[in-house]
Design a protein around this ligand. Structure first.
Ligand code: SF4
Ligand SMILES: [Zn+2]
Length: 325
């Protein structure tokens, strides 16, 4: 999450807060591997401390495009709920009331978000989660002192120099007279290998998009993703790409020249570039688990792994196997 003011006062003395010190423990779960590992880690600590009932998992729903395609990977919300339920935790979904990410770009910003303008994170995620924190604080009914909230995020030092510089524990600038929010990055020091080790040991489901070759989950077409991830995502979600191409064209044709000049999905390449690379790489398809079953090209972005379409050739089987089409 970006743009958070961190106060240097009142920092806990260790990198691992005592969960019993807090009235509510909020865990942000995007459905991605780091969130998932953190969820398991904090849930185990909370169970050991006897405070599971104070823990709330929050998932940010970023919405759908104007043709109804989720900007996150299909099934992410279902997965985030299943993961929370696996640990017996309360699960809440929050979303921006007015516009999801796609509509915010199209109707309000007239531009894609970027690493230097991450309104997608601040407006779609952080602000919405903070509304939930406000609600949870009211619910906690603490009197005579500010309610204490521990807010957990799955950032890791290994991901980037900027993330490495972040403190594992810090008092969040959104603290006020009714609440003290302590921000905690429980898996800050974990390696990617350790994250996967924990996930496999837990037996809790993770998103199949990792198995399809994605290195990160996030939005399917995240402005911060690597080129390889974007091309693969474009092969897996051609209908979503078409919706992003619509935006790119509209942004380029708008009368505001300043915004038209930054119409591309990214400053270093466009969504049209990604779409062309995906076309060159060839179509992908899903088939039922039978090795002899022909994959059906992915043309309409309907491969929700938690609600897979049935195989027309083999009743009783579902199209879950990814293969070149
Ligand atoms: S996943 Fe990427 S595009 Fe989506 S909200 Fe996060 S930073 Fe923005
Ligand atoms: Zn089949």
């Amino acid at each position: 999450m970006s743009g958070q003011l961190l106060l240097s006062l009142d920092l806990p003395k260790t990198d691992q807060p005592d969960l019993t010190d807090f009235d509510r423990v909020v865990i942000g779960n995007s459905g991605g591997k780091d969130s998932q590992r953190m969820l398991g880690y904090v849930a185990d600590l909370a169970a050991a401390a006897g405070v599971l009932d104070r823990v709330v998992v929050v998932h940010n729903d970023l919405g759908v495009t104007d043709t109804g395609r989720p900007v996150e990977w299909p099934g992410t919300r279902t997965l985030a709920r299943l993961q929370s339920e696996a640990y017996g935790l309360r699960f809440e979904v929050v979303h921006r009331e007015i516009n999801g990410l796609y509509q915010q770009a199209r109707q309000e910003r007239h531009a894609f978000p970027s690493s230097s303008a991450r309104w997608c994170t601040s407006d779609q995620k952080t602000s919405q989660a903070m509304k939930l924190v406000t609600r949870l604080v009211a619910e906690a009914g603490v009197t005579g002192r500010p309610a204490r909230v521990l807010y957990c995020l799955g950032l890791r030092a290994e991901e980037s120099p900027a993330r490495a510089r972040k403190a594992a524990v810090a008092v969040d600038g959104r603290s006020n007279s009714v609440r003290t929010i302590t921000r905690w990055h429980p898996i800050h020091q974990m390696t990617e290998a350790e994250v996967w080790e924990g996930i496999h040991a837990s037996g809790v489901p993770y998103h199949p998009a990792y198995g399809w070759g994605m290195s990160r989950l996030s939005c399917s077409l995240c402005v911060l993703s690597s080129w390889d991830d974007l091309v693969l995502a474009a092969r897996l979600r051609p209908a979503l790409v078409r919706d992003y191409l619509t935006l790119e064209r509209e942004f380029a044709e708008q009368p505001n020249q300043k915004l038209a000049a930054i119409a591309n999905f990214r400053s270093d390449f466009s969504m049209a570039d990604v779409a062309a690379a995906a076309r060159n790489a060839g179509p992908l398809g899903f088939a039922c688990p039978r090795p002899d079953c022909t994959p059906v090209p992915i043309i309409d972005d309907v491969h929700d792994p938690f609600d897979p379409p049935p195989c027309p050739a083999h009743p009783g089987e579902f199209r879950t196997r990814l293969a070149a089409a």
